[in-house]
Structure formats: C-alpha cells, structure tokens
Design a protein around this ligand. Structure first.
Ligand code: ADP
Ligand code: UDP
Length: 235
C-alpha cells in the first residue's frame, strides 16, 4: 500500500445518494465495503464526514437562522453521518470508534490527538465527528486539521468529481483533468479543490492531497494501491 495512515474526507452530500433527503443505505454500504477492504490491507484510517446532506450553516443563514447556530446545526449533522457510517462499518465487521470534537459522551468519546492515534494504532477505523467544533469552518478544514494532527500521510478527498480540472467540470465540458498538480499551481489558477482555509493548512504543513471519485466502488483501493486515479496535489 502506498500510504500507511490516511485521513479520508467524505462528502455529506454524497451520502444522500439518490434519496430525497438524508442517508442512502446503498452509498453507506458501498463506502463501508471500500473502507473495510482498506482496513483489511493494514491501512490506518481516520475519517471526517461532512453534513451537507442534512444541514449547511450558510444555507441556514439564508433562511433566517443565525449563522453560528446554523453552523452548530451543521456540525451536529456531521455527527449523525458519523454514527451512520460507524453502524455500516460495524455491520461489515470493521472495528470503528467515533470521536467527537464537541463533548457528547456517550455518543462518542471526546476527540484528542493522543486518543485518535491510540485507536488507529490498535486497528480501529476512527471517525472524527463535529467538524472543528467552531463555526465559520468547513469539514474540509476539519479533515485537513485532523489529518495534520494525526500525522496522516495523505488527505484523501472522496467526492463526486474524479479529480481536479482546469475548470469546474460540472460547468465546463471542455475542462481537462490533472493527474498531478502543485499547491502553487492550484492557487495561481484559482482552482476550487477545497476551501482556502483547508487548502492553506495542507500546504503549510506539507500534507499531500488526493481528490478522487469515491462513488465508484473500488476507487479507494485503487488510490491506496497507487494506481494514479484522481488528482494528486503534491507538496
Ligand atoms: N477545478 C475544479 N476541479 C474539480 N472540481 C471542481 C473545480 N471547480 C469546482 N469544482 C466543483 O467542486 C465540487 C466538489 O467539491 P466538494 O467540496 O466535494 O463539494 P461539496 O461542497 O459538496 O462538499 C464539484 O461539484 C465540482 O463541480
Ligand atoms: O468545522 C466545522 C465544520 C462544519 N461546520 C458546519 O457544518 C456544515 C456541514 O459541513 P460541510 O458543508 O463542510 O459538509 P459537506 O460539504 O462535506 O457535505 C457546514 O456547512 C457548516 O455549517 C462548521 O460550522 N464548522
């Protein structure tokens, strides 16, 4: 395997799959199988999941919610998603702990770097829910932060596009995909890979990023085997 320890960021919106709202059992099962196989291959796996399938702070603010409360609702949504994925993983025989960035035992133990690493080294998949615990951040920033803290070799951003393109591929059909790109070039071309806070954290702490399509079964394994799918942002 190319990486020993990873931080996998999963999009909340993707968890919705084809359902009208909330969680798709089919997507959860597909993610759980991919994560199970990676764990069985000996990779230490930390996971941060978004909450956009349930609630987003910014859209809440547009509907009249206070932004800070809206963001807190969003962070709670990431915990709902974390518990759903934990359930799916356990159904597939994977040992898994949910740690929360906001205190809420007995839902999950309170996150600390030491606790996360202890569980990773003991062979548990560790899902960190609750974002960064602060409003005005995103789960991409939480993923960058937890990836750096837990000394992951790479931040794998599983999303619905299969990599980074010269322009938004959902809007520009002529966009061309990069296999590899530097942090500087992403900034120079103003490409939207993740929000700037998350991106800057990775850049300053030399954490490699791979953006790939997690919705194709087996893709996580392909990234880990070094098959060169997705786009690698190299420090
Ligand atoms: N240069 C680009 N390369 C790839 N995807 C891009 C680019 N610019 C914008 N995007 C968009 O980024 C989105 C993926 O980002 P993501 O953070 O997973 O979305 P979300 O806001 O749902 O979490 C895709 O919908 C894609 O259309
Ligand atoms: O550190 C964090 C992480 C998340 N959020 C809130 O949680 C929501 C859901 O997360 P996100 O939109 O990043 O999820 P995704 O796009 O991956 O579904 C965000 O809109 C924010 O409102 C936050 O306030 N602080």
């Amino acid at each position: 395997m190319k990486y020993k320890r990873i931080l996998l960021k999963l999009s909340g919106e993707s968890l919705q799959g084809r359902e009208q709202y909330g969680l798709s059992p089919a997507v959860l099962q597909s993610y759980a199988e991919q994560i199970r196989d990676a764990a069985a291959a000996g990779v230490q796996i930390g996971i941060v999941i978004g909450g956009g399938n349930i609630f987003r702070g910014l859209t809440g603010a547009k509907r009249g919610f206070d932004r800070v409360k809206g963001d807190q609702m969003g962070m709670l949504a990431t915990i709902i998603n974390s518990l759903a994925l934990q359930s799916a993983l356990e159904d597939n025989g994977v040992k898994c702990k949910v740690l929360t960035s906001i205190r809420m035992e007995p839902v999950g133990e309170y996150y600390s770097k030491a606790r996360a690493i202890e569980y990773l080294e003991a062979g548990y998949v560790v899902i960190v829910g609750g974002g960064t615990s602060n409003p005005y951040f995103t789960t991409d920033s939480a993923a960058a932060l937890r990836g750096i803290e837990t000394e992951a070799d790479v931040l794998l951003k599983g999303t619905r596009v299969d990599g980074i393109y010269t322009a938004d591929p959902e809007k520009d059909p002529a966009a061309v995909k990069f296999d590899e790109i530097t942090f500087e070039e992403v900034l120079a071309r103003r490409l939207k890979v993740m929000d700037l806070t998350a991106f800057t954290l990775c850049r300053e702490n030399r954490l490699e990023i791979v953006v790939f399509d997690m919705d194709t079964a087996g893709n996580l394994g392909r990234v880990l085997a070094g098959e060169g799918i997705g786009t690698r942002v190299k420090p």
